[in-house]
Ligand binder design. Structure first.
Ligand code: ADP
Length: 288
């Protein structure tokens, strides 16, 4: 199974004419509320790709609204603990040119303790994956407990922050980064990803595809040419799908191709978690 120790956010979207300037008050043209967070998005992607996913995380105690949203997405919340903090959320302004400004409140995602992680990973063992992103306070704890249990560990190195994340990257089995994160990592390290010993890297380059680097070997897969309308969660879809395929024993190239197809379908649809395709929809796309 894939144990995803990851963020859960309620995303509040406001479509606006222009992004508000300091001191300015403006009216929104449209308003939407969706469940998001990198962690939750990758859980949905891996699950829709067919994996057995156990989402491990935290929301506000007694937050029935977020639990109902999890149920609507088909995410089991048994291992999502209620804590004394508000559910994480993001306030997103998107202007007419699709430029955005985002404020994230970590809340419950930043209030996960060792007891929560141990309970969340109960029953996990060798052969299982732990998936991490950089939106909770529990990555070091997760890594430590996963190693005790003999699990493999994958990390989506986003959002990129130097310090703890750079150290963490060197300690996991598989790392996923987009173009920006790869550049930030290489700048922080003063070294090219190809020279880093240890983890395998899956690097994504938007419409230019992706490359998997494991020691000496490199595997490249092109992106599918589609008319993108919303690239939100492209990377989350790509990596969740890749890991689901990889964990199920697919070859690297095959898993990358399927993940590229899933991400291509996603970018043709508006929205994050809700817009992530199921395996059957990806197969239909690949046959088309
Ligand atoms: P992130 O969303 O994390 O910034 P990327 O933009 O690199 O990640 O996208 C991840 C993957 O999604 C790419 O490797 C590609 O397979 C797919 N993808 C992203 N944007 C497009 C696009 N415009 N057209 C087709 N595929 C895309």
């Amino acid at each position: 199974a894939i144990y995803n120790l990851g963020s859960i956010n309620i995303d509040y979207f406001y479509q606006v004419e222009h992004l508000p300037a300091p001191g300015e008050t403006i009216s929104a043209i449209e308003y939407m509320v969706n469940l998001g967070g990198k962690g939750l998005n990758t859980s949905v992607a891996a699950q829709r790709a067919g994996a057995d996913v156990r989402h491990v995380g935290a929301v506000g105690r007694d937050d029935a609204v977020v639990r109902r949203m999890l149920a609507e997405l088909g995410v089991d919340d048994t291992r999502v603990v209620g804590v004394e903090a508000q559910t994480g959320h993001a306030v997103v302004y998107v202007d007419a040119a699709s430029e955005n400004s985002i404020v994230i409140f970590g809340g419950a995602n930043q209030a996960i303790d060792e007891t929560n992680v141990r309970a969340g990973l109960d029953g996990a063992g060798p052969g299982d994956w732990l998936l991490l992103q950089n939106e909770t306070n529990a990555n070091e704890l997760g890594l430590k407990i996963a190693r005790e249990k003999g699990m493999k560990v994958a990390l989506v190195a986003a959002p990129f922050e130097t310090g703890a994340l750079v150290d963490l990257i060197g300690q996991v089995d598989l790392v996923s980064m987009n173009r920006t994160e790869t550049a930030q990592y290489e700048a922080a390290l003063g070294q090219a990803v190809r020279e880093v010993q240890g983890p395998a890297f899956l690097l994504t380059y938007g419409a230019e595809g992706s490359v998997f680097i494991d020691g000496e070997s490199e595997t490249r897969v092109a992106a599918f040419a589609v008319d993108a309308v919303d690239t939100t969660a492209a990377g989350d879809t790509f990596f969740g799908t890749f890991l689901a395929q990889h964990a199920a024993g697919a070859g690297i190239k095959e898993a990358m191709r399927f993940a590229s197809a899933a991400a291509a379908v996603k970018v043709t649809r508006k929205g994050a978690a809700k817009a992530i395709p199921k395996a059957e929809e990806v197969r239909v796309f690949l046959r088309s």
